[in-house]
Design a protein around this ligand. Structure first.
Ligand code: ZN
Length: 106
């Protein structure tokens, strides 16, 4: 006799998301493990590649993420010797990977 599908009332939302997903802290979009493996989501920071790309494209005045630091004219950007970039910034790992060439894109 074929196994009948059990219907559990009130359990619809669990069935809809069969694969576990993680949510981006900024845009609340959900990412599956396959998408995370493909590099679309960063477990280190729980922020997605789309949000990081937006921040990388944003002007320096609003985001220093993913931008090389310049001394002249003085512009904020990645500086591995700065306390902010080496210890304090929550995005330091992802930003550092981009600017040291360990990763080409976010
Ligand atoms: Zn996002």
């Amino acid at each position: 006799m074929p196994e009948r599908q059990r219907l559990v009332p009130g359990n619809v939302s669990v069935q809809r998301h069969k694969t576990p997903q993680l949510e981006c802290l900024l845009c609340q979009r959900r990412y599956s493990f396959a998408e995370i493996k493909a590099g679309n989501y960063f477990l280190e920071t729980m922020i997605c590649a789309y949000c990081y790309r937006e921040r990388q494209r944003a002007p320096r005045a609003s985001s220093c993420f993913g931008k090389p630091g310049r001394i002249r004219p003085r512009q904020y950007g990645y500086n591995p010797r700065a306390l902010e970039c080496s210890r304090l910034c929550p995005d330091r790992e992802v930003c550092g990977m981009l600017l040291t060439g360990k990763r080409d894109t976010v």
